[in-house]
Design a protein around this ligand. Structure first.
Ligand SMILES: NC(=O)c1ccc[n+]([C@@H]2O[C@H](COP(=O)([O-])OP(=O)(O)OC[C@H]3O[C@@H](n4cnc5c(N)ncnc54)[C@H](O)[C@@H]3O)[C@@H](O)[C@H]2O)c1
Length: 441
């Protein structure tokens, strides 16, 4: 595979529907890092390492030195939003980064103005913007997005583009007949089917043109048979859904440890307060439902109550999100976990995570963009399950249950990178060389 990877020559365009808190924190962050003012902390592609070969070989390069990834200096950003604020204005309003940091890179951010969005208020009731495309059919809207991409690519001289959805969480919908095949989806686009959401229109435009697509929100978006079919047809990598950051990140770090030690869990109550625009959107029950389904799914897979009914059969799992403007993007989460140990004796764990939502999400978007571009250059297509590491509700092949345990996801990601580069996969067995080491003493 290694010989067949196309090199990362030229500019990579990262196109983002939704230039809100996460996207502007990413864009301003990359610019700050490029100018040498800060480090890309939290980004595996920039700061992570990977062990190669046996432990005795001591080969542990930085991931960015091991893989032919795009250099940060070769990235160009573009995007769409329903508000016409440029990225400097949007980042200032999001209040994630300090004004001093933003003013140091002001001209670069001001130059980035959002393209007109594909938007339907029926999917996001709590927002209303005017920077929105008008067309008779959803098919025309998809064609307009494809045209935007083409114009962006030409005017920025990009050799490749990827798209990462950072738009608001859309209302909850389930897979319906219109999503079940490419033919029915395209007919739906023409007939303005109400179950085709704006995020699906962007995804369709990208995938149809062979542009890798990753979905950072919990909406179905590309997680429908029609767009999976299209991704195979156009040989395009896709991944989703819902960036795994704050509370769910903690959950998928802690739950595998408790499970590994066969400790029982009776209850897991998670609540959050956040006051950014994401919080405002999620204040609507229909939009919260999309997030709730995504957040609730993780424990089931990690604990597998059906295999361990004595330990997890009675587990009560509840997740709440409360909109609380004074906290802005600085989300605060509380978890109360009721566990039990030897002879059933109860214990409690309390977590109070004072996190920063977009600070955690920005490096995830960067890694996803760089890895999904690599996947395309390595001729991989369809669902990229090895990117589950970054998602709360990983998209998997139909019939396959997703893997939520962050450690398994990490091993899968690293082994995929080794596989792409023709290195031995690591099983952590060690027995093959342990005996030789002991005898050599
Ligand atoms: N921050 C995190 O840790 C995190 C984690 C997981 C998922 N997410 C998801 O990432 C997304 C972005 O989060 P955020 O904090 O930046 O939210 P945000 O509200 O600050 O930004 C979203 C932006 O998308 C725009 N938008 C909405 N619909 C659009 C459309 N159809 N086309 C173009 N733009 C559109 C909004 O105007 C807004 O500016 C949300 O869906 C959120 O749920 C965030």
């Amino acid at each position: 595979m290694k010989e067949k990877i196309e090199p990362a020559i030229g500019k990579l365009g990262i196109l983002i529907p939704g230039l809100g808190a996460v996207a502007t924190t990413l864009i301003a962050g990359v610019e700050t890092i490029r100018q040498g003012y800060a480090q890309p902390i939290g980004s595996l592609t920039q700061m992570g390492t990977i062990r190669l070969g046996k432990r005795t070989e001591n080969r542990i390069p930085l991931i960015k030195d091991f893989l032919p990834l795009t250099d940060l200096n070769d990235i160009v950003f573009g995007g769409w939003d329903i508000y016409d604020d440029n990225v400097y204005e949007a980042a200032s309003k999001a209040k994630v980064l300090e004004p001093g940091l933003l003013s140091a890179i002001r001209p670069d951010l001001q130059a980035l103005v959002p393209m007109k969005a594909v938007f339907d208020r029926d999917f996001v009731k709590n927002l209303d913007g005017t920077n929105v495309k008008q067309a008779k059919t959803k098919l025309e809207l998809a064609e307009m997005v494809a045209e935007d991409i083409e114009n962006f690519r030409n005017s920025n001289n990009c050799s490749r583009t990827v798209m990462v959805w950072c738009g608001s969480t859309e209302k909850y919908i389930e897979q319906a007949p219109v999503h079940e095949s490419l033919a029915s989806f395209e007919e739906g686009l023409l007939e303005n089917d109400p179950l085709i959401s704006p995020s699906m229109i962007y995804a369709y435009a990208a995938i149809k043109n062979g542009i890798p697509f990753a979905n950072g929100a919990p909406n179905l978006t590309c997680d429908i048979p029609a767009l999976l079919e299209l991704s195979k047809l156009t040989q395009t990598p896709i991944a989703g859904k819902d960036f795994k950051t704050g509370q769910t990140l903690m959950k998928t770090i802690l739950a595998p440890g408790l499970h590994a030690r066969a400790l029982g869990i009776r209850g897991w109550f998670s609540t959050n307060i956040l006051g950014n625009r994401d919080g405002l959107v999620l204040d609507d029950p229909e939009n919260f439902k999309t997030k709730e389904v995504s957040k609730l799914s993780v424990l089931e897979d990690i604990l597998q109550p059906e295999l361990n009914p004595e330990l997890y059969g009675e587990l009560y799992h509840k997740v709440r999100i409360n909109y609380y403007p004074p906290h802005g993007d600085n989300k605060e989460s509380w978890d109360n976990i009721d566990i039990f140990g030897w002879l059933g004796y109860p214990m409690q764990i309390k977590i109070n995570f004072l996190c920063r939502d977009s600070i955690l999400a920005a490096p995830v978007v960067l890694d996803l963009a760089l890895f999904i571009d690599l996947a395309k250059r390595a001729h991989m297509s369809g669902i990229q399950e090895w990117l589950s590491f970054y998602f709360k509700s990983p998209q998997t092949a139909p019939g396959l249950r997703p893997m939520h345990d962050i450690f398994k996801q990490h091993i899968k990601l690293q082994n995929t990178l080794r596989h792409i580069m023709g290195e031995d996969l690591i099983t952590h067995l060690g027995l093959d060389y342990y005996q030789d080491l002991v005898e050599a003493l």
